[in-house]
Design a protein around this ligand. Structure first.
Ligand SMILES: O=P(O)(O)OC[C@H]1O[C@H](O)[C@H](O)[C@@H](O)[C@@H]1O
Length: 315
């Protein structure tokens, strides 16, 4: 695995202020001179917080477990190598719901000032954090359930104009494997009744609330008025936008991915989740998740796959 330099901190030593990075209680925390920041928990490589312009953009449950006893309820849990309950007749069939990546202890590979791809800024205006997970690092249960040699590198880039999260998946073994992946992002919003979602018009979706039947998004705008659990597939538009009170609040740009899940548990489902607090927290969150979850991606030995997102917050 290629490793960038592993500085404990990029500290200002006179001159212009620089991004800083430190580790604390199993988390890696990076900040820009602007005050924007990101926090990543090594358990699951779960992004727990992303602040820009003094505002938190992610929702995390007050009862979320951060001690590794269960996946984090909130932030950006990483789904790999299976989305949802894996089908019993598939190679992932013995894995838990959403796979093992969100349940595993990842390694911090280090930070670098990056050319942040499609984010406009680079150099001192951005910082990239890399996290790794390989076959050798997962639990024995996960190894037995899914005996493939793989390597994941998850890169989280904080820039003044957004947050980029990219997952690179490599088949390191001598047999092919199939996978699904998803960035299960819980975005923080002010009031679900005033939220609308654009950028999914004319797209087909599997509606898990309607017996997994396939529907078409005829209204260009999605509004949330009850429990919603939809898998939009083969989306033509790159960007899904979350609006609050009709004003752009967050843009989610898919990178190398064409599916998105839109999920809100609403009242009853929230009540049923012991780690979902406060119980009316469903009013403050909307999950807009980017991924490759329609069917399976196949990787031959030595091949890699990369996909992720760029999120941009509006004031
Ligand atoms: O409770 P979890 O395993 O974290 O899953 C939370 C949710 O994840 C996705 O959004 C799925 O589409 C939902 O069906 C599921 O309820």
């Amino acid at each position: 695995m290629d490793r960038p330099n592993k500085p404990s901190a990029i500290s200002p030593a006179g001159g212009a202020p620089k991004p800083s990075v430190h580790t604390e209680q199993g988390k890696v925390i990076a900040s820009l001179p602007t005050g924007d920041s990101v926090q990543v928990l090594l358990f699951g490589a779960t992004v727990l917080s992303w602040k820009s312009n003094g505002r938190e953009n992610l929702w995390v449950s007050d009862a979320a477990k951060l001690d590794g006893s269960k996946p984090v309820r909130g932030g950006v849990p990483l789904v790999f190598p299976a989305f949802g309950p894996p089908p019993k007749d598939h190679a992932t069939g013995k894995l838990p719901q959403h796979g093992f990546a969100r349940n595993s202890h990842w390694e911090y590979l280090g930070s670098s000032s990056s050319e942040s791809g499609k984010l406009a800024s680079g150099g001192d205006d951005s910082i990239k954090l890399d996290f790794g997970l390989s076959h050798a690092q997962i639990s024995d249960d996960a190894k037995n359930a899914w005996p493939y040699d793989f390597s994941l590198v998850y890169s989280v880039t904080l820039a003044k104009d957004g947050l980029q999260t990219m997952l690179n998946i490599q088949n390191k073994g001598d047999k092919s494997f199939e996978f699904q992946m998803l960035l299960h992002t819980y975005f923080r919003i002010d009031d679900i009744s005033k939220v609308s979602i654009n950028g999914l018009g004319s797209t087909s979706y599997i509606d898990k609330m309607l017996n997994a039947t396939t529907q078409t998004q005829t209204d260009p705008t999605v509004r949330i008025t009850g429990e919603v659990d939809r898998v939009y597939t083969d989306i033509k538009q790159d960007t899904t936008s979350i609006l609050q009170d009709g004003k752009p609040r967050l843009d989610v740009v898919r990178e190398g991915l064409s599916d998105s899940v839109v999920w809100n548990p609403w009242i009853e489902k929230a009540k049923g989740m012991s780690d979902f607090e406060p119980k009316d927290g469903y009013k403050k969150m909307i999950a807009v998740e980017v991924g490759a979850v329609d069917g399976w991606q196949k990787l031959e030995p030595g091949e890699t796959f990369e996909g992720g997102m760029i999120c941009k917050a509006h004031l």
